[in-house]
Design a protein around this ligand. Structure first.
Ligand code: ADP
Length: 495
């Protein structure tokens, strides 16, 4: 039943209405008539209030011993574990992806929060000898300050958690602006931190659009750091407007699977199905290109198309469903536009290519799993991030050509090679321009304790996850302690 409960912003430890007095709806992409909840349609004033609350909370939070901050994170992880199934169902309703994937999304949030909670007892700096006697040198990690976290809709809890957890453990206070397609999941995550005892003002959430809430935060004088995951276009705008703030960017991908002639073809097909159509292709790590060695091209393609045709599309809550809807109407139209472009540019449509409109599909944003072959590296569908269930198959004569094709895009997030040859595997790891290379598994499946991020237009060099993921949220302080009792001059008194 449609409850249409209205959720509020969480600012300074209180759930408050927006100054605008207006709301927007969060709907179910499998059934657009179903309004899940209403949320505050906030603007700059709400963002300003949240920044002020984060400023007030900063001194106390950043002074709290990091292991104590970690205890709150551990508690949040435990509550998430208790609520995992319920949260996964909410996420499937709001975002569309199938239940096994939304369970994975919640699990990823749990994992990163636990990892960062443990970091409370490390947060390592380093020590090193001084060039002078009776002098000690070290670095420590201090928080950046008030940070704005701006997130997309495709991982409605995992991506916010990838940012919130390291930001908190390092002692920052937060203004969180979630995507407008999945604000309920974001609110649920904040509710959990509230239950876990996060002090007021440390974590604030303001819902609303990118232009009316996100951009004022990006420009706000008191915000010291921005962590953004989303499109390249928005990433570029943010970089331009942020001035000298620290900016962490996770942008798009045009990820590749290379299938060599010595590959286990069935395994490669499994990987291409999971990478291409998992999350309806709406992952920044989606395998939207498959480059196949020409000797095994026909065999791979036949099996891949056969499997894609059998995929069950539908409501993600149905346990039979293997691929859910696209997130919204404009995304659906964008996916279809790329099908038209692919056909116009001369690629061969092997399966799919249509918006699903009949029967159970009438109310949702469903698209057929779509595969093109005869794609060449300069075609639009081989270059642009489609963010949908569309895979482009390309042929290569050998590994060198496959890697050349792999690298012929502006992005560099994830990549994969299927081969039984250790030489091929290591060459791919070394030569593919991407932040991630998988061998004999798909382009997706990052684990939280390893760095995640990309090269080229995928970002600006920051990494999330792992211990490296904390770097985005810390300022390094270098400390020199001279216990000689006399003036000692570096570079000068060095005899
Ligand atoms: P997508 O909507 O495809 O995930 P976007 O880059 O448009 O990709 O959005 C990602 C996040 O960035 C969302 O939370 C969105 O509201 C926010 N956003 C969009 N435009 C801006 C902007 N100009 N300034 C700040 N945030 C923005």
């Amino acid at each position: 039943m449609n409850e249409s409960k209205t959720y509020k912003n969480y600012i300074g430890g209180k759930w408050v209405e927006s100054a605008t007095g207006t709301t927007f709806n969060s709907i179910n992409p499998a059934n657009k008539e179903e309004i899940l909840v209403k949320l505050q349609k906030s603007d700059e004033k709400d963002g300003d209030m949240a920044v002020d609350a984060a400023e007030d909370a900063f001194e106390k939070w950043s002074s709290m011993p990091a292991p104590k901050r970690g205890e709150i994170l551990f508690k949040a992880a435990r509550i998430l574990e208790e609520q995992k199934e319920e949260l996964a169902k909410t996420m499937t309703k709001e975002m569309g992806k199938i239940l096994i994937e939304t369970r994975g999304d919640v699990q990823e949030a749990i994992d990163i929060i636990k990892l960062m909670a443990g970091e409370g007892r490390r947060l390592y700096g380093h020590t090193t000898p001084s060039e002078l006697p009776n002098k000690f040198c070290m670095t420590i990690n201090l928080p950046v300050g008030i940070v704005a976290l701006i997130t997309p809709w495709n991982f409605p809890m995992a991506i916010p958690a990838w940012k919130i957890a390291p930001a908190l453990i390092a002692g920052n206070t937060i203004v969180f602006k979630p995507a407008s397609d999945t604000p309920l999941c974001a609110i649920k995550l904040v509710e959990i931190f509230e239950k876990a005892g996060i002090p007021k003002g440390v974590l604030n959430i303001v819902t609303g659009s990118g232009t009316s809430v996100g951009m004022p935060l990006v420009k706000h004088k008191k915000i010291r750091g921005i962590s953004f995951t989303g499109s390249v276009e928005t990433g570029q705008i943010i970089t331009k407007e942020a001035g000298l703030k620290r900016v962490g960017l996770e942008l798009g991908g045009k990820n590749v699977i290379i299938v060599m002639d010595d590959a286990n073809i069935d395994l490669a097909v499994d990987g291409a199905i999971w990478g291409g159509f998992g999350t309806t292709g709406q992952r920044c790590t989606a395998a939207s290109r498959v480059v196949v060695h020409e000797k095994v091209g026909d065999k791979f393609t036949e099996k891949f198309v056969e499997r894609a045709k059998k995929l069950k599309v539908g409501d993600g809550l149905d346990p039979e469903t293997e691929m859910g809807p696209a997130i919204n109407e404009s995304q659906l139209k964008k996916i279809h536009k790329y099908t038209e472009i692919g056909k116009e540019e001369g690629a061969t449509l092997l399966t799919g290519g249509k918006i699903l409109t009949e029967g159970k599909f009438t109310q949702g944003f469903f698209y057929e799993p779509t595969i093109f072959s005869d794609v060449t590296k300069d075609m639009t569908i081989a270059q642009d991030e489609i963010f949908g269930p569309t895979v482009a198959i390309m042929a290569a004569e050998n590994l060198e050509e496959a890697i050349h094709i792999a690298n012929s895009v502006e992005y560099g997030l994830s990549s994969s090679i299927y081969t039984e040859s250790i030489n091929n595997a290591f060459k791919a790891i070394e030569k593919i321009e991407a932040g991630l290379t998988y061998v004999n598994s798909s382009t997706i499946g990052s684990e939280v304790h390893l760095p995640f991020g990309g090269v080229k237009n995928t970002g600006n060099g920051t990494r999330e996850g792992g211990i490296k993921g904390i770097e985005e949220f810390v300022e390094t302080k270098t400390a020199y302690i001279d216990y000689s009792g006399r003036l000692q001059r570096a570079q000068i008194d060095i005899e």
